[in-house]
Design a protein around this ligand. Structure first.
Ligand code: G4P
Length: 193
């Protein structure tokens, strides 16, 4: 997505070779018109996949996922991050370890919002090592649904997330793929849409 790459070049900042700061349009402040375009682009890329629901992970996934769900005219379901295990009927959880934050959390789904037979478009802001997307896919499948595709706003293509997900058979649609970055430069690989 050309507009997104241009925005990353203009306002993104590589904190180091691993972490890209995009707080001004994605993480802390959200550029709503840009997210609308993100949503339209992801929805267009997934239009033939029979998507019945969009699922995302709180918190930064919500804005792009909401716009995608709006364009596809399907419900948006939010997976929460809980510090501890919840023993409650209708709730399923899986542990996810975040290397960026060096902490584990319980990714949590209320099962009644993802139904058996649903075809889910999973949307998240970043793809790094693929831990969050793997955990989310596991919950979606435990609920009896299938993952039609995984839509990502910014993929760090130099990290192993994409390989992990494609090896498991998931279709990954990344709108921007950062191939390399460092002080003063950000380079892209070819995006999926
Ligand atoms: P993984 O799921 O692909 O393995 O990624 P990882 O655990 O490393 O990512 C954990 C969190 O850090 C996620 O946010 C992810 O969006 C974010 N993240 C990863 N790499 C970057 C980066 O280079 N730049 C920025 N800005 N964020 C990155 P989160 O914990 O879910 O936070 P939030 O959604 O509540 O904001």
């Amino acid at each position: 997505m050309k507009l997104l790459e241009e925005r990353i070049l203009r306002d993104g900042r590589a904190l180091n070779a691993d972490v890209l700061l995009v707080d001004s349009f994605l993480n802390n402040q959200v550029d709503a018109p840009l997210m609308a375009e993100v949503g339209r682009t992801l929805a267009e890329a997934a239009k033939d996949l029979g998507v019945t629901r969009v699922v995302t992970i709180e918190s930064s996934g919500i804005a792009p996922a909401m716009m995608t769900a709006m364009t596809l005219n399907v419900p948006l379901v939010i997976l929460k991050k809980s510090a501890s295990r919840i023993l409650q009927d209708g709730v399923i959880q899986t542990e996810v370890f975040s290397f960026t934050k060096n902490a584990a959390y319980q990714l949590t789904l209320k099962k009644r919002f993802v139904l058996p037979g649903d075809r889910v478009l999973l949307v998240d802001d970043f793809l790094a090592r693929g831990e969050a997307a793997t955990g989310a896919s596991k919950l979606i499948e435990q609920a009896g649904a299938s993952v039609a595709a995984i839509g990502i706003v910014i993929e760090k293509a130099f990290q192993p997330g994409r390989a992990l997900l494609t090896e498991k058979g998931y279709k990954v649609i990344s709108l921007a793929r950062v191939a390399a970055m460092g002080e003063g430069y950000i380079e892209f690989a070819e995006a999926d849409a």
